[in-house]
Design a binder for this molecule. Sequence first.
Ligand SMILES: Cc1cc2nc3c(=O)[nH]c(=O)nc-3n(C[C@H](O)[C@H](O)[C@H](O)COP(=O)(O)O)c2cc1C
Length: 248
Amino acid sequence: MEGDEGRKFLQAGDWLGWKGLDTAQRLGQPEPPWYNVVQDEAQMIQLPEPSAELGTVSVRDVLQQRRSRRRFSDQPLALEELAFLLWSVQGISGGDHRKRTAPSAGARHPLETYVACSGVNSLPPGIYRYQVERHALATLPAAAEASSLKDQLTSGCLGQAFVGAAPVCFLWTVRPERSQWRYGPLASKLIVLDTGHAAQNLYLAAESIGAGTCTIGLYDQDALDGLLGVDGIHELVVYAAPVGFPID
Ligand SMILES: Cc1cc2nc3c(=O)[nH]c(=O)nc-3n(C[C@H](O)[C@H](O)[C@H](O)COP(=O)(O)O)c2cc1C
């Protein structure tokens, strides 16, 4: 319907009005933390640096071959491959944390990247959060038995069985406050645009190592929020993407 809330969301927003708004930043409120703080140092897993040998296929070639992949072999990912993919979607690529492999409106970087892993060499099955500030994984307290992780991913994505069947599933959450601090009510559209950039990086990086992905917009909000143990308000799931080695 013309003029409905969904369409309104797609519009540019009132940027002229925003210039006069009392945003949190203009009110001098402290900037929200730019990464989720690690709760348990003992549960950290350092990732290998993104190997210069991975991702060397030309942009032209990965654009040509990119497809949404929904059938995966049993081949696990190497930890080096997972590390490369995580760096590709959100990694720090310059001298400070605002210089990343993916762009973000105002360099607010509201995304957090989680991976549900059942097939990564030398990584116990479970859910991990990418700690971008140190290129490491934080092990989440087990919300699901490792054996039921695949089932929970499938049901959380409304019966899309290829999600649970993949050796790895990326799950993106957002911390809206990071963007709202500067952009107030105009933040949400920017956050969604940011998410698309990160996801496209995953598509291209996965193709470049012979793997593949299919981004997932159809999912059950409460189920995936619950799987990651996020509250659905200050942090909520916005997108998912199973990754594996395609068999078609
Ligand atoms: C925002 C978005 C949400 C999507 N959600 C799903 C999904 O839930 N399930 C699925 O099988 N494919 C999903 N896809 C993949 C699209 O179906 C796919 O990109 C489209 O069919 C074009 O195919 P291609 O990616 O191979 O070019 C999604 C893609 C995007 C960009």
